[in-house]
Write a protein that binds this ligand. Structure first.
Ligand code: KIV
Ligand code: NA
Length: 274
């Protein structure tokens, strides 16, 4: 049966009605499993660190992000699919951002793009939205600003910093963003922004009162091989399951019990069988 994909306006209408459940996905096997459960799937540039083992998100390219996004779009049919615009593809000017985002949409088929930036990026949000590209604005802890921040640390802890992030959020709302990702911000600030804007907020290390939540899928499945960030929760240990299965496979290859003849082609049946 035909399943209708959740649209950006539908996601916006969730505000005050139901929570938005979302996670990241970078590839078809994960996207397929996530699709039936989630309202939104993000192809996050966190794949630079999670999937490519890069030290930050800065070096991933538009072409790499588009290839991952296309895989996620092809392997899903229900969730609204949004992609991160990579560092350097949108910060220079609204027209650079539009060209990059239009190319991203053409290459991948996603419904909209996410961009990190404060109030200074609001004119870019407005430029894209007015030209038909839905924008999810990402404020607070912005990993593409790692060099300016001097690391990944929670934001909005002082009154001054909280006020700046509050104004960033409202500037993007005014510019027409369809939603706000609030990452790594003080809980009370995330709650206040959520109360004061008419668009959904999606929190990660933010507040239970946000209109939705997002996490990196590998973090909740035990697939990062390291410690779980404070803002995440491990819901399963898929890493242990994979390790056990691969270990058993290797053992059976070495002992000669895999493959069995039933896994082989053109095997002559023995007399008296079949
Ligand atoms: O890149 C990413 O995964 C993200 C979020 C988790 C919001 O931007
Ligand atoms: Na990101």
């Amino acid at each position: 049966t035909e399943v209708k994909r959740i649209s950006v306006p539908q996601l916006m209408a969730y505000k005050g009605e139901q929570k938005i459940a979302s996670l990241t996905a970078y590839s078809a096997p994960f996207a397929r499993l996530l699709d039936e459960h989630l309202d939104m799937i993000l192809i996050g540039d966190s794949t630079a660190m999670v999937g490519y083992d890069m030290p930050s998100t800065l070096a991933i390219t538009l072409e790499q992000m588009a290839a991952h996004a296309a895989a996620v779009v092809r392997s899903t049919r229900r969730a609204c699919i949004i992609v991160d615009m990579p560092f350097g593809s949108y910060q220079e000017s609204p027209s650079q951002a539009f060209q990059s985002a239009a190319r991203m949409l053409a290459l991948s088929g996603v419904a909209g793009v996410k961009m990190e930036g404060g109030a200074a990026l609001a004119p870019t949000t407005e430029f894209l939205v007015e030209r038909g590209i839905p924008v999810l604005a990402h404020v607070g802890l912005m990993p593409q600003y790692v060099n300016s921040m001097g690391g990944f640390k929670a934001q909005g802890m002082t009154d001054e910093s909280a006020e700046r992030i509050y104004n960033d959020a409202l500037a993007h709302e005014k510019a027409g963003a369809f939603g706000l990702v609030l990452e790594g911000v003080a809980e009370g600030l995330a709650r206040r922004i959520t109360e004061d804007v008419s668009i959904p907020t999606i929190g990660i290390g933010a507040s239970p009162d946000c209109d939705g939540q997002i996490l990196v899928t590998e973090d909740i499945l035990g697939l990062t091989g390291g410690r779980i960030p404070k803002f995440a929760r491990q819901f399963a240990d898929v890493g242990a399951l994979i390790s056990q299965a691969v270990g058993q496979y290797a053992e059976e290859v070495r002992s000669g019990t895999f493959p069995a003849l039933e896994n082989c082609f053109g095997v002559k049946k023995q007399a008296g069988q079949g």
